[in-house]
Every structure is written in structure tokens, then in C-alpha cells.
Design a protein around this ligand. Sequence first.
Ligand code: SF4
Ligand code: SF4
Length: 158
Amino acid sequence: MVSVLCEHCTAECCRYLALPLDLPETKRDFDDIRWYLMHGGVLVFVEEGNWFIQVRTTCNNLQSDFKCGVYETRPEICREYKAHDCDYTGGDYGYDLLFTQPEQIVAYAKEYFAKKRKKKVASKSGAKATMKQKAAARKRVKPGKGPARSSGKRRKAS
Ligand code: SF4
Ligand code: SF4
């Protein structure tokens, strides 16, 4: 049965499709997303760490009364979609990140690579520090340079 909420909605959930994207990591990945965002009706969002592309396009089965024309045989994804936390009610639809303009992904990529470089420098200097510490520790335990031993002489008991 169609939710009562759906009676008041113009079927927002039937007006787009969203597909998962691979996690962008390279300059090319970000450039591809920039290209997606150059198209009308396209946005990219991140939810719980997962990236998606959303394309605004109305399902051919949506009728003029905003009801599904193939309700009995509608795809699984439509059946799973529930009105209590859908596009109309807002529900759980807070994005971690949302990109609607190419400039936004360019700015994000710039920050992403700057952070990555910083992390690399930090881990390199961390590795250098560890090597220095190891070298210092080796010096401390060199034969003859270790902790002083008793000379064998004993204090006379008074
Ligand atoms: S599930 Fe939500 S978005 Fe879809 S028709 Fe119903 S109220 Fe509208
Ligand atoms: S098949 Fe029906 S429920 Fe699914 S998107 Fe199309 S109109 Fe909406």
C-alpha cells in the first residue's frame, strides 16, 4: 500500500537515480567527477563514506497523478524505499559531502592532496625519528659502553 505521506508528495523519489562511485583517490578520479558535475541535473554526494553520483531524470513509469504505473511489478529498489526516511520526509538524508558545482570538487581535491602530502611528510619524518632513536639505542648498548659493572672490589665491612 502506498504511504499516506506519498499522497502529499509529487514522487520525489521517482525523479532521479543514484549510482555508487569508486572512492576517488587520483587526480584523474577527481577530474572525472569534475566532468560529471559539468552536466545539468548531476550531483555527487558522500554518505557514510560512500560516494554516489545522482542524475536527475524522471522514471518513465511515473504517471501524471504522481503514482507508479507499474506498482505491482516495480523494481526491488522501489519496494525497499520507505516513506519514513525518504526524500520527502528528510529522514536520514544528511549528506557527509555534497557537490553540485565543478569548482567544489576542484577545491575539495586541492585540500585532499594537500592533506595527503602533509601526511606523507609527517610519516617520513616519523620514520626518520624512529631510525635516529634506533641508532641511538644501538650506540647505548655497544660493548664496553653499556652500564658500568662492579670492579670486583668490595667495601670492607666496618
Ligand atoms: S516515498 Fe517519499 S519521496 Fe517517494 S513518493 Fe513517497 S513521500 Fe514522496
Ligand atoms: S518504477 Fe514506479 S516506484 Fe519505481 S521509480 Fe518508477 S515510478 Fe517510481
